[in-house]
Design a protein. Structure first.
Length: 212
């Protein structure tokens, strides 16, 4: 979804997507919460220049921020996962296009693998959950495949259209390097034809390579 998605879609969907039974359990999710990570060991985040180029506007990067970004709340949430320290950065353009990157370090590579699968499953099933929760919204997802970077990454697309004609498209990816998982999202008004899939795959590859 666009970071500045129309209120008619976002207000209804952000609540409904979670209300429709989105909780999935990560293996060993009952493990003790992770102790706060060292600031010096925090995974590196994308810079503005590493986002898919916009034809009419440059990207502006926000600060690295502790916590979980609301911009991922529509399809990805902290429900059903251990209490980790999350870190993210949001990006914007001067037009209706935005992006966000989340990083989280799990207690072990095995837990990180489960967490990455959990997030990918949430993204994969997001369109169905949206339609079940909001009858006035048509949603479609696409699988753009895996990327051969570190322990792997996958890119998916999501398009939504409300009964009033509002269209939004998003590209979302999940990648992992050892104990660290990252989720990247790009979004704007439009449909799949407006999505820079090749450039977003490059952005995802860069994001995973920068984790450590």
């Amino acid at each position: 979804m666009s970071m500045r998605i129309r209120t008619s879609a976002l207000t209804a969907l952000a609540v409904a997507a979670l209300a429709a039974g989105t909780v999935l359990t990560v293996p060993s999710a009952s493990a003790a919460p992770k102790a706060p990570a060292s600031k010096a060991a925090a995974p590196k985040l994308l810079s503005a220049s590493q986002l898919p180029p916009h034809p009419t506007s440059s990207w502006t990067a926000g600060p690295a921020t502790e916590g979980f970004p609301e911009a991922l709340g529509l399809c990805v949430s902290t429900e059903g996962v251990p209490s980790y320290d999350y870190r993210y950065r949001e990006f914007r353009t001067d037009v209706d296009t935005g992006a966000v990157q989340l990083t989280v370090v799990a207690d072990s590579a095995a837990l990180a693998k489960g967490l990455a699968k959990h997030y990918d499953d949430l993204i994969r099933t997001c369109a169905d959950r949206i339609e079940k929760a909001s009858p006035d919204v048509a949603a479609e997802s696409r699988d753009y495949g895996k990327l051969p970077v570190e322990e792997g990454a996958r890119v998916r697309g999501l398009h939504t259209e409300t009964s009033s004609g509002a269209n939004d498209v998003a590209l979302l990816s999940v990648g992992r390097d050892g104990r660290t998982v990252t989720v990247v999202k790009w979004g704007q008004m439009g449909d799949f034809g407006d999505a820079p899939v090749a450039a977003f795959k490059k952005t995802t590859t860069t994001a995973v390579n920068k984790l450590y």
